[in-house]
Design a protein around this ligand. Structure first.
Ligand code: C5J
Length: 230
């Protein structure tokens, strides 16, 4: 059985199903000055560090013709999908829906809501617009995974302890085998990232596995990434 070197132990690749790369919320709203992350007084520059590694991982999946799913945290322009509690929360300089330097904060279609150009999806990749922190809530993500016969997920993106961890926990509860890629996720708070990685793999991998982009690519190249399994 092909495996990926991971913690807390080897991650087994599937024999008769597919894998997907999930790229969570690599949006200007979280990574650039003037967006939602900045409005909440975070140092958005911290998140830039993972961009080159994540780009390499995405390109590796593309080269192997494996499924890539990007997510975008956003709300409809009328904010009918945004609970008032979410708007009130944070007490930042700008609230969700307010006009900012990159357009309205966290609103679908605004310039600041888009994925950063370096990691822009290409035709054939899925983009999930999600109103919550978890990517399964109020989206068709599960339907896509089932249709593609995907059982194994490589989870990346920002921020580690919010949307990335929430999505991984949602996926774990639905029976997916999840691996968080350590050097392809980041937080505004380094200690929160570290704690999340440890929480995921504690107790024998209670939420899943962690590993690095290099190990994931090495393991996948040795696996048979054939759509013939589908
Ligand atoms: C946050 C996210 N932090 N993508 N969203 O509000 O983690």
């Amino acid at each position: 059985m092909p495996t990926i070197s991971a913690l807390p132990y080897e991650y087994e690749l599937p024999e008769s199903s597919q894998v997907a790369l999930i790229v969570i919320d690599m949006q200007r709203d979280f990574l650039e000055p003037g967006g939602f992350g900045d409005a909440l007084n975070n140092d958005v520059a911290r998140l830039q560090a993972i961009v080159p590694v994540l780009k390499r991982l995405i390109e590796g999946f593309r080269a192997m013709d494996l499924t890539i799913i990007h997510t975008i945290e956003c709300h409809q322009p009328d904010m009918s999908d945004c609970p008032p509690s979410k708007v009130k929360r944070g007490k930042g300089t700008l609230k969700i829906g307010d006009p900012g330097p990159m357009g309205r904060i966290l609103i679908k279609g605004e310039p600041g809501n888009g994925i950063i150009p370096e990691l822009a999806p290409i035709p054939g990749e899925f983009v999930i617009y999600k109103p919550g922190k978890g990517a399964f809530y109020a989206t068709n993500l599960e339907l896509i995974l089932k249709e593609q016969n995907i059982t194994h997920l490589f989870i990346t993106g920002v921020t580690t302890e919010v949307c990335v961890q929430t999505t991984m926990r949602e996926a774990n509860d639905r029976g997916y085998e999840c691996l968080m890629v350590e050097d392809c996720t980041e937080s505004y708070f380094p200690e929160f990232k570290q704690s999340t990685l440890e929480m995921v793999r504690a107790q024998g991998g209670i939420v899943g596995w962690t590993s690095t982009a290099d190990e994931v690519l090495k393991g996948l190249k040795a696996w048979k990434p054939s759509k013939a399994f589908a």
